[in-house]
Write a protein that binds this ligand. Sequence first.
Ligand SMILES: [Zn+2]
Length: 65
Amino acid sequence: MRRIYLPLCIFNRHAPTHNRAKWDGTHFTSKCRFCGKDIRRREKGFWQKDWCPPEGHAPDPAASS
Ligand SMILES: [Zn+2]
């Protein structure tokens, strides 16, 4: 396996894949280019693992019955 620099994912600092950010009405969301997890932009240039969106906001209504 090719050795790359250590991603900051373990510190909950992720990096989005380029040009794949989506606006979900509250934040930009994307996938981490390193670990592939869903991530959410907390502020400019600062992406964290997706967290529970605010109450009343359901980006995926099919997730709950
Ligand atoms: Zn990551």
